[in-house]
Structures are given as structure tokens and as C-alpha cells.
Design a protein around this ligand. Structure first.
Ligand SMILES: Cc1cc2nc3c(=O)[nH]c(=O)nc-3n(C[C@H](O)[C@H](O)[C@H](O)COP(=O)(O)OP(=O)(O)OC[C@H]3O[C@@H](n4cnc5c(N)ncnc54)[C@H](O)[C@@H]3O)c2cc1C
Length: 375
């Protein structure tokens, strides 16, 4: 999969979504998934924009429901992040205590676990920065539930390589798999992997029933583990040229929306704060992707530095950014992100309690719409 960079090509990907086929096949690695997460996660497009486009094309709520539900997982994770803040980066619930180390199985990192579908997926991650959702689940289950690694190091390894790396979707999905943000640990066996990946592998360390799998010793191949402590090499610091009579618009690696306030005259800065990337490093490929997407925003200048190093920060007539849990320290006005369900926010115990509320809200809107049409 090649991920386009130019905005019109990204819009073509939205147009190409077939929500009906998506609903039937999304769990298969050859299924009709959208490949849009790198753009949604980087704030280039929004889930609301996708839904609006598909509704415009005439798809009904029933036909869109499966895709909406998946996009709502993202929204649920973002809402949890807004509410729990940095706590999402630690165990949300302390249900399982069976971890034996804080590192990453070396065989996984080297794509040598012997589970072919998983090894191919890790190789694909290094080549493209993307993996199918089901394979992400398999990888997390093998690293943590079978290999008994604490989730945080393997999660940061995956985040480092993903073009769609998003701290909430990543940390909370890993915890969903390990049972720290769900009701039980997720296990996959070889039969399930074969079914969804089209492999025909047998006699692996996962070729057991679901009754037996959780009770097995750590397979020999996962017993060697190593630390993971990468760095991000950011672009050199270059002082931006700014006009103190115009407002300042702050873009980040999570807000690269080319349509945001595009018609106003403004100073536009993509702020890459070294303190953020020290805590949450990303690969060279991911950084190149972010910088390339930034090219869709005309007049944008890249500034490697902390917020308070922006020359004349206090003197602009206005400062704007988009609301985001990572950028609460930004001054000025914070515009809302586009939500699928702006009316559903707060803390939810599970995705299903969140989705129930979204469902009720959808039905209310449909009823109001029908009443309006009849009037
Ligand atoms: C261990 C693990 C780590 C993950 N890390 C990330 C991450 O760092 N960033 C990230 O964006 N997603 C993450 N996900 C969620 C999911 O795997 C990806 O969003 C999805 O695979 C992206 O591919 P797509 O755009 O083709 O998805 P599609 O199936 O086409 O879905 C459309 C959109 O809906 C959202 N979505 C779909 N499924 C999920 C899901 N299970 N959870 C959250 N959002 C979803 C995404 O925004 C996605 O782009 C992770 C999942 C797991 C199991």
C-alpha cells in the first residue's frame, strides 16, 4: 500500500470506500478497509467528513453502520483521552498481573516469530508504516498475553513505526487486548489467523484451542527480549518569518488540516516540540510523512522548538489551534475538532456503553429529520 500525500488524492480514497463491502469483509486482511487512518490520525481529514461524503452518495444509515461503529472506536478513544489525559499511557485497570518483563520479544521485532502472517505484517510495518487492524491485535496478543511482556514497550515500538500513530488509539487498543481496558484478555489461535489472513499454517505455538492457550508456558521463541528506546531526529531549528499584525495558527503532527481557516491571512506554523517527540518518538518514515502532508497547507512554516520559543508569541492579535489533549498548553482560541457524535462526550466504562449513547442520539436525529420532512 502506497499512501498518497496530495489532498485531492486523499479525497479520492474517501470516494472509493464501499461501506457495504466494508461491513462484510473488514476483518479479513484482504478486506475492503479504507486505509484512511494515517490521514484521520494526522487531522488531515475527519471521520465526520467521511460520513458526510458517504451520505451525499446516498448510502443509508443501515449501510453505513458498520463503518460508523469502527470510526466510533476512534472517537471513544479520543473522548477517553480527553477525560483521562496522561492516565491512558498507564494501566487503565489493574486486572492482570502476569507480566514478566518491560521489554519486547526480540523475535517479534525481527519478524521471526515463526507465525508467518505476523512476521509478514511486521515486515510490512517497517516497509509501509501500516498494518491491518486484525494483525495489530494478533501482534499485541502474542507480545503480551502469550509472551508476557508489559504492553507499554511493544506499544511504543508499534507507535514509532505507524503512519497513523495516535497515542489514544494505540495505548487503549493495546490495553483492550491485554485486558487493562476491556473485560478479558484477547487470544488468537492459528486457526483464527489462518481464517482471516488466508494462511494455511499448522503446528505453531498458537495451534491450540482457546481453552488451552492461556495456560501454556511462554514459547521458547518469545523468551529472548530486548529494550526499545529510539529517538526522533527532528528538522533543524529555523527561525520562522512572522508578521506580528496577523493571527498565529498553530498546526501539529495531529492537526494537518489544509481546510482549517484556509481563507484568512495568518502566520501558519507546524510546531514540532522536541519535548513531545522525546516522550513519544516516531520513525524517520513517519516524520517524512508528517512533513509531506504539511505541504498541503499553503504558507506553512515548520518550526522545531518549544511553544515558548516562537518569536513574539505574546504579541500576535490572536492565536488559534485545534482542541487536543496534547496541546492544552497552547494559548488562545481552541477550535473544536469535527466529531461524528459531538453531543456524546465524557467518560464511558466500555465502548458498548459509548456506542449505545451514540445509537440513541442517531435515532433521535432520524426521528427529528422524519418529522421535519413530514411538516
Ligand atoms: C494494538 C493496536 C494498535 C493500534 N494503534 C493505532 C494507532 O496508533 N492509530 C490508529 O489510528 N489506530 C490504531 N489502531 C486501530 C486500528 O487498527 C486502525 O485505526 C485501523 O486498522 C486503521 O486502518 P484503516 O484506516 O484501513 O481502518 P478502517 O477499518 O478502514 O477504519 C476506518 C477508520 O475508523 C477508525 N478505526 C477503525 N477501526 C478502529 C479501531 N479498532 N480502533 C480505533 N479506530 C478504528 C480509524 O480511524 C480508521 O481509519 C490500533 C489497533 C490495535 C489493535
Amino acid at each position: 500500500m502506497q499512501f498518497p500525500i496530495h489532498y485531492p488524492d486523499i479525497l479520492k480514497l474517501i470516494n472509493a470506500i464501499d461501506p457495504i463491502e466494508y461491513g462484510k469483509t473488514r476483518n479479513f486482511t484482504t478486506g475492503a478497509v479504507s486505509f484512511l487512518s494515517p490521514y484521520i490520525a494526522r487531522g488531515v481529514i475527519s471521520t465526520r467528513q467521511i460520513l458526510d461524503r458517504l451520505e451525499e452518495k446516498g448510502y443509508s444509515t443501515d449501510q453505513l453502520e458498520r463503518l460508523m461503529q469502527q470510526m466510533s472506536w476512534r472517537e471513544f478513544f479520543q473522548r477517553t483521552w480527553q477525560y483521562a489525559e496522561d492516565d491512558i499511557l498507564d494501566d487503565m485497570r489493574l486486572r492482570y498481573t502476569g507480566t514478566r518483563h518491560q521489554q519486547i520479544p526480540e523475535a517479534l521485532l525481527r519478524a521471526e516469530t515463526g507465525i508467518d502472517a505476523v512476521d509478514d505484517a511486521v515486515a510490512q510495518l517497517y516497509q509501509t508504516g501500516y498494518i491491518h487492524n486484525h494483525l495489530r491485535m494478533y501482534i499485541a496478543s502474542i507480545a503480551c498475553n502469550v509472551g508476557k511482556a508489559d504492553w507499554k514497550t511493544p506499544a511504543s515500538w508499534m507507535y514509532y513505526h505507524l503512519l497513523d500513530g495516535d497515542l489514544a488509539s494505540n495505548a487503549l487498543s493495546w490495553q483492550w487486548v491485554t485486558g487493562h481496558f476491556s473485560s478479558k484478555q484477547y487470544y488468537c489461535n492459528q486457526e483464527n489467523i489462518n481464517k482471516y489472513t488466508g494462511m494455511v499454517q499448522r503446528d505453531t505455538f498458537l495451534d491450540y484451542s482457546y481453552e488451552i492457550l492461556p495456560h501454556l508456558e511462554i514459547p521458547h521463541i518469545l523468551n529472548r527480549h530486548i529494550p526499545f528506546s529510539p529517538l526522533t531526529v527532528l528538522p533543524e531549528k529555523k527561525v520562522p518569518v512572522l508578521d506580528p499584525t496577523l493571527p498565529l495558527l498553530l498546526y501539529t503532527s495531529y492537526n494537518l488540516d489544509p481546510n482549517w481557516k484556509k481563507d484568512i491571512a495568518a502566520n501558519r506554523i507546524l510546531l514540532l516540540e522536541p519535548s513531545h517527540f522525546r516522550k513519544h518518538p516516531v520513525s524517520e518514515r513517519v516524520l517524512r510523512f508528517i512533513l509531506a502532508l504539511a505541504g498541503n497547507i499553503s504558507g506553512l512554516q515548520v518550526f522545531t522548538g518549544e511553544l515558548n520559543e516562537i518569536p513574539g508569541l505574546a504579541s500576535f492579535p490572536a492565536v488559534y489551534s485545534k482542541e487536543h489533549p496534547l496541546y492544552k498548553h497552547f494559548p488562545g482560541t481552541k477550535d473544536d475538532r469535527d466529531w461524528l457524535f459531538p453531543e456524546v462526550s465524557g467518560s464511558f466504562h466500555s465502548f458498548f456503553s459509548y456506542w449505545k449513547k451514540c445509537g440513541a442520539s442517531m435515532r433521535k436525529k432520524e426521528k427529528n429529520h422524519a418529522l421535519l420532512q413530514r411538516a
